[in-house]
Design a protein around this ligand. Structure first.
Ligand SMILES: [Zn+2]
Ligand SMILES: [Zn+2]
Ligand SMILES: [Zn+2]
Length: 352
């Protein structure tokens, strides 16, 4: 059965027919497509020649085997002034498929304002694959600055084993092979540094024998600990208090208790499974659990936890973009068409 004809131009003078697993038919303006795409310009020149040979047909049909009707619909709508600004509802995969078609038909220049809008407003990154789709889109759209921003986001938000998910997806083979290995190397290197810092904290705490008063008191009769301001035990009413000390044993116990409650101990699992963003969330949770007030100056527990917080924050803020490797050698004239963003927003706040 033939697909219904979708009208992009009511006075359209050509039909694009997509055949294959998914099909579609579009009534288009050849003039618009000839201006937008050198590839369509060639197709139409030969298409019209064939069309003219057929006596009754004024509308030649151009067959585009195996193209994606969904991606072509988005592209054709944009080129025929019917694009929707609602890029938010687009999936990352759809954007990547659009980019593949834009590259195939060489219409990145004509769609530049749309491309900038799609990439800048894109907000629904849900899976590791989505990072790959977005990188692929920016790469094929030849948007170096968006590619830089997306590659930073990917390094921060991808779990270390993202490549397993990527390898299931044929589309992502279109990325240069160095992309996956560069991302992998960076993520593993940074996580290893943080993991080592976590272990160094354990060693530092285990070797620090100092002892300081804790800013709390222990009820002699019920063994509960309360702020030093309590006069009468809120639990049992006793007024007999013991002093509490911040000792090596207590600090080590609190360190591991905090890490355990935050899901960072045992540490092998989380550092194998979690993205840097997730590790950062867990470290700040652990910091909350480890807090105590003592007269240690500084308390080595607070110091070690703070070092972890600093290490992950530094790793994230100092993440640099993947190297940009242009897909085609561009003429100098076309390089001016590349879009740019004024500044790259903080990737951490864009964590999705
Ligand atoms: Zn761009
Ligand atoms: Zn008590
Ligand atoms: Zn302390």
């Amino acid at each position: 059965m033939e697909s219904p004809l979708e009208t992009l131009d009511p006075d359209g003078d050509a039909v694009l027919l997509i055949t294959g697993p998914a099909s579609g038919r579009f009534l288009v303006s050849s003039k618009v497509l000839i201006l937008a795409s050198p590839v369509f310009a060639k197709l139409f020149t030969s298409g019209f020649r064939e069309g003219n040979q057929m006596k009754n047909s004024t509308r030649p049909t151009i067959t585009l085997p195996e193209d994606s009707p969904g991606a072509m619909r988005t592209i054709l709508q944009a080129l025929h002034y019917q694009g929707s600004e609602d890029g938010d509802s687009m999936s990352a995969r759809h954007l990547a498929v659009i980019a593949i078609h834009c590259d195939k038909y060489d219409c990145n220049s004509a769609l530049r304002p749309w491309i900038v809008n799609w990439l800048a407003r894109f907000s629904c990154i849900e899976t590791p694959e989505d990072h790959g789709y977005l990188l692929l889109a920016a790469y094929l759209f030849q948007c170096a600055s968006h590619y830089a921003r997306i590659s930073i986001q990917a390094q921060i938000n991808l779990p270390p084993r993202f490549a397993d998910a990527w390898s299931e997806i044929d589309l992502l083979d279109l990325l240069p092979s160095s992309v996956c290995s560069d991302l992998c190397n960076h993520i593993h290197r940074e996580l290893r540094t943080i993991h080592e810092q976590l272990q160094a904290g354990e060693v530092a705490l285990a070797t620090d024998g100092s002892c300081a008063r804790l800013d709390c008191r222990l009820c002699k009769s019920c063994d509960n600990t309360y702020p030093a301001t309590e006069r009468k035990c809120p639990f049992c009413g006793s007024r007999q208090w013991d002093k509490v000390y911040c000792t090596r044993q207590l600090r080590v116990a609190q360190y591991f208790d905090g890490l355990t409650r935050a899901g960072l101990w045992p540490s092998l699992g989380p550092f194998d499974d979690c993205s840097m963003a997730e590790i950062q969330t867990r470290i700040s949770q652990a910091k909350g659990y480890c807090t105590h007030q003592c007269e240690g100056d500084p308390c080595s527990l607070g110091l070690q936890v703070e070092r972890l917080v600093d290490a992950i924050e530094q790793a994230i803020t100092q993440t640099t973009a993947l190297a940009w490797r242009p897909i085609h050698v561009l003429s100098t004239a076309r390089q001016h068409d590349r879009c740019s963003v004024d500044h790259i927003e903080c990737p951490v706040t864009q964590t999705a």
